[in-house]
Design a protein around this ligand. Structure first.
Ligand code: GDP
Length: 297
């Protein structure tokens, strides 16, 4: 399982508290120190760690905990609840439009798994809702990206709208949306260009696409394995585009967990899905409580 190290260390810190009839302030300080180090080593944002530890200490030193029959168990519950809150409390679902189609705009840096995730999302909507999505190929700078999306469309038997020799992405998107209206597609998923890093032309182009498409969802795709870099990227995209949610890809290869744990607390935006592999079926809804329980074992 991912986050093994983090999981093991937190569990070990908490084990020292269980079974004790009474826990002292020193016990709590020692456990907090261990948990703090484990989180920092997992690449969780420094400020997020600081706030988290402060809350844990305050609650664990509270009177009810101290006077309860099993204070150690109470502290574990506190850590579990706070970890869950840190990741957003409850699962978030996609925004649905009152009128079809519901429009989903996908954004993110190159190589994060954006195009693959467009396919995964389409596949999931088909499986769960018998949806009839249309995909729009808006990453026109990488010819391979258009071909990749067409291949995904062919695999899923889903239409892909693309245009050759058109350099105005907003126009492609507008035409794609018209096509979706004619075909009565219930979802439109727009793939957009990525770059190696956030730059002004990219952001301006995405703002234009947003303006034209008026999407119900702007989902940022970030690579979990990049840890705090993913958190910084999310802040950058959110400042310009006001994203509605995050898809954290490559969680299957993430051994540390920093992005999963910090990104919601830093940006205020929820993780909606996680990518768990390269296959089109490997996309999962994100449940903060289940993730917290997994970490605590
Ligand atoms: P884009 O440039 O952002 O459109 O990225 P691609 O969709 O082309 O994906 C880049 C690479 O990441 C490909 O090799 C994908 O198979 C791989 N990938 C995407 N999502 C995941 C995931 O959740 N887990 C793993 N292990 N690989 C992924």
């Amino acid at each position: 399982m991912a986050f093994e190290n983090l999981s093991e260390r937190i569990q070990k810190a908490l084990r020292n508290l269980t079974g004790k009839g009474k826990i002292s302030e020193e016990d709590i300080n020692a456990a907090s120190r261990e948990i703090r180090l484990a989180l920092l080593e997992a690449d969780v944002n420094f400020k997020v760690v600081k706030d988290f530890i402060k809350k844990i200490k305050k609650e664990a030193l509270g009177k009810e905990v101290q006077e309860s029959l099993n204070p150690g168990q109470q502290v574990i519950k506190i850590v579990n609840d706070e970890l869950t809150k840190m990741m957003g409390s409850s699962a978030t679902t996609l925004n649905k439009s009152k009128h079809i189609p519901t429009i989903i705009m996908m954004v993110g840096l190159q190589g994060t798994g954006k195009t693959t995730t467009v396919g995964k999302l389409a596949n999931q909507l088909i499986e769960k809702e018998k949806a009839r999505p249309l995909l729009i190929a808006g990453d026109i700078y990488r010819p391979a990206a258009i071909e990749q999306l067409q291949q995904i469309g062919a695999d899923l038997k889903v239409p892909v709208y693309s245009e050759q020799d058109q350099s105005d992405v907003a126009q492609i998107v507008a035409n794609g949306l018209k096509r979706a209206e004619q075909n009565k597609n219930d979802y439109v998923i727009i793939d957009t260009a990525g770059r190696l890093e956030i730059d002004e032309p990219l952001m301006e182009e995405l703002e234009q696409v947003k303006e034209i498409a008026q999407p119900d969802n702007i989902l940022l795709v970030v690579d979990a394995m990049t840890g705090q870099v993913a958190t910084d990227v999310a802040t950058g995209f959110d400042n310009r585009l006001d994203i509605t949610g995050i898809i954290l890809t490559k969680l299957d290869g993430d051994t540390r967990g920093g992005a999963a744990l910090s990104i919601r607390a830093v940006t205020g935006k929820p993780i909606i899905y996680t990518g768990q592999g390269e296959k089109l079926t490997e996309l999962e809804q994100f449940y903060p409580d289940r993730m917290a329980s997994r970490i605590l074992g």
